[in-house]
Design a protein around this ligand. Structure first.
Ligand code: PMP
Ligand code: GLN
Length: 383
């Protein structure tokens, strides 16, 4: 078997979810909501199931979903997208990321990434023979260092992989930061793969797609996820928006990896996207209230939290309570002794790279207030 894949550890999300289950812990590790998605989506999916939507969908997605993605791009960001040639529906953002990378990368290409990063990026890159060039946003304020970013680009750079709003940091890149990235993409004549799965989950700041910045319409690939936008992470419906020259090649990769995705779910997601602003405002307001409740509770227990303007996640500093333990040991003890699961942030760094921070852990706050309060009570018994 492939030696690299054989040696790849089981993802930290599965490992921590299993540990949480074994110890009856509240799972604030893996990021998934503990409530159902909107009733109109569930109903639409159920109706589509009964309505004969059970054979292969077209390769690039149901026309009604591609049209809804194009409408949402116009409504939310003023982007003019052709649903026939510029949208591809995938089996989750995970597949969207992999097929986009397959479509762009040739062995030896360099890819700029920003750490801490989501754990599927590096393994896919390495399987494709790409060379990662990681830049770190640094705690405690998740500042993007311009010099390091500039230095990571070279004549061999094929693309930058940008995740905003960012997992696990919760950072939402500012317009100035995006413009710096756009200028480097233009200067080095490369592409930007934009993982925007948390696009609608921002708190008091607005998400700006890199694709809307000057020169980026033809160079950016934008990825969204119904799982995140509609609180249905198990559905695994993603969507890619890019110019036709890029989607033509990405479609080939999608054709050999998944070919198509569940048509009934696609129909429901099309309805969801049309819910628009009122729906997403309610969702982000509700998440913001839960972030505040949980972050304030952590502060009071001696776990300062870092700024989190978007996503499901908040990162906390464990230094005051670590007693010599690193983040991995701390998270293990937290499950067993306190009954609360979190994710060590060191898991979001390149295992082949420089020493990661070991004093940070990530909590998912996309849970009901009652569950978050219970988790704080449990922590309060030990800290
Ligand atoms: N990108 C990021 C940053 C994520 O956090 C996740 C997972 N939740 C994904 C991609 C994958 O999304 P999906 O579940 O749609 O495959
Ligand atoms: N994106 C989710 C998280 O960061 C996990 C998804 C998964 O388990 N693959 O928690």
């Amino acid at each position: 078997p492939n030696a690299f894949l054989g040696s790849l550890p089981t993802t930290i999300f599965t490992t921590m979810s299993q540990l949480a289950m074994a110890h009856g812990a509240i799972n604030l590790g893996q990021g998934f909501p503990d409530t159902e998605g909107p009733a109109e989506l569930i109903d639409a999916a159920a109706e589509a199931l009964k309505d004969g939507r059970n054979q292969y969908a077209p390769l690039t997605g149901l026309p009604e979903l591609r049209e809804a993605v194009a409408r949402a791009n116009r409504r939310d960001y003023g982007l003019d997208i052709d649903p026939a040639t510029e949208v591809i529906v995938t089996s989750g953002a995970t597949e969207a990321l992999a097929v986009s990378l397959m479509a762009l990368i040739e062995p030896g290409d360099e890819v700029v990434l920003i750490e801490p990063l989501y754990d599927t990026y590096l393994p896919v890159l390495r399987l494709l023979g790409a060379v990662p060039r990681c830049v770190r946003v640094e705690a405690p304020d998740w500042h993007l260092p311009e010099d390091a970013l500039r230095a990571a680009f070279s004549a061999k750079t094929k693309l930058i992989l940008l995740n905003s709003p960012m997992n696990p940091s919760g950072k939402v890149f500012s317009q100035q930061e995006l413009d710096l990235i756009a200028s480097l993409v233009l200067e080095h004549d490369c592409y930007a793969l934009c993982d925007e799965v948390y696009e609608h989950l921002t708190f008091g700041v607005k998400h700006i797609p890199l694709m809307t910045r000057p020169g980026m319409r033809e160079r950016a690939i934008r990825i969204g996820s119904a799982g995140k936008s509609f609180s249905v992470t198990g559905w695994k419906i993603g969507y890619i928006t890019a110019c036709p020259a890029l989607t033509a090649v990405i479609a080939k990769a999608h054709q050999i990896i998944a070919f198509s995705s569940a048509p009934n779910l696609q129909r429901a997601v099309a309805k969801g996207l049309d819910l628009g602003e009122p729906f997403f405002t309610t969702l982000s307001d509700s998440l913001r209230a839960r972030r505040d409740l949980f972050a304030e509770g952590l502060h009071a227990l001696g776990f300062p939290t870092l700024p989190a303007d978007g996503s499901y996640f908040v990162v906390a500093d464990i230094s005051a309570h670590a007693n010599g333990r690193d983040d991995v040991a701390f998270c293990r003890d937290l499950v067993i002794e306190s009954g609360v699961a979190a994710i060590p942030v060191s898991a979001f760094y390149d295992p082949q790279g420089a020493e990661p921070p070991r004093h940070l852990i990530r909590f998912a706050f996309c849970k009901t207030e009652a569950v978050l309060t219970e988790a704080l009570d449990r922590l309060g018994r030990h800290f």
